[in-house]
Design a protein around this ligand. Structure first.
Ligand code: SF4
Length: 292
């Protein structure tokens, strides 16, 4: 999942077709644009649009995206050759703890603690097989070195069927979980899940947080491979509003494209539309944060 700002730019080429370097049938007609990958296990702190000064933890391979979604707007780029974890292994739990402890000890010594410690980076953090144990380590280190810092996880919510993942997310201060649409066909178009989970099941899992999760939604419009995509249409917003009002998150984060996307026919949601969406949600008493 993406923590905006300060990524190392790894690809800048708007001319070369990428299809030959991709797998699957969803890659045709897509051209390469700037993609941003983290090359460190612990990075930052970076100034996040949504979380303030945020120290990032990348549980995915350095310099290689690894995700079970393939969002058409992903700043890490589309899933491509290089997602193989045999060639690009995930970091070991002990290495995550050691790197974070070094960083937090240094920040404590300089009196500059982060607002947040955030699981983000080159893909979906909850895929890591030791995610639950790593969350426990991070909580212990936060308590020792940076008690005021909030622990956040930016997740696509696809691993909530695993009880240990749901439980670990529930221990964090801010499990920020993705819901870009409440319509299955739109989820397939926007997020390209490796294994589609019916949205009604996902909503039920999000409801199980009993108001302790944050929902994040990317709003955009445009086309992908000639197919129109727009999660701001009236039927989209009706279904999304119903889902969010059922989930009753403690906060909503709505945002739009901030920089280059791998599919270059996508466009930002107008600011006015985001403000109208936020206004529409006022009646549920859920605080809404807009990032433009
Ligand atoms: S969930 Fe989507 S946006 Fe986040 S890392 Fe995966 S593909 Fe990228």
């Amino acid at each position: 999942m993406q923590l905006s700002h300060i990524r190392r730019q790894t690809t800048v080429n708007k001319q070369l077709p990428r299809a030959g370097r991709r797998r699957g049938n969803i890659t045709k007609n897509i051209q390469a644009v700037a993609t941003f990958l983290f090359d460190r296990l612990v990075f930052g702190p970076v100034q996040s649009r949504r979380l303030g000064a945020s120290l990032g933890i990348n549980l995915l391979p350095a310099d290689s995206k690894y995700c079970n979604f393939d969002c058409i707007y992903c700043e890490c780029g589309r899933n491509a050759a290089g997602s193989n974890i045999k060639e690009h292994p995930l970091p070991a739990r002990k290495d995550v703890a050691a790197a974070l402890e070094r960083k937090l000890a240094g920040m404590q010594a300089s009196g500059q603690l982060p607002d947040a410690i955030t699981f983000a980076g080159n893909g979906e953090p909850t895929i890591h097989p030791d995610f639950a144990g790593i969350v426990d380590d991070v909580i212990a280190l936060r308590n020792r070195y940076a008690p005021p810092s909030k622990i956040s996880v930016l997740s696509n919510a696809t691993m909530l069927h695993r009880p240990e993942v749901a439980e670990a997310l529930g221990k964090t201060d801010m499990p920020v979980l993705k819901l870009d649409s409440a319509i299955d066909a739109t989820v397939r178009l926007l997020n390209h899940p490796a294994k589609a989970v019916p949205v009604r099941k996902l909503i039920a899992r999000l409801k199980a947080f009993n108001g302790r999760c944050v929902i994040q939604t990317m709003f955009l419009h445009g086309t992908c491979n000639g197919q129109p995509v727009n999660n701001m249409l009236p039927e989209e917003l009706d279904a999304w509003e119903k889902a969010v009002s059922d989930i009753r998150p403690k906060q909503l984060m709505i945002y739009t494209i901030a920089r280059d996307t791998p599919v270059n026919t996508l466009y930002k949601a107008p600011e006015e539309t985001l403000r109208l969406i936020a206004k529409r949600m006022e009646k549920y008493g859920i605080p809404v944060q807009i990032s433009l």
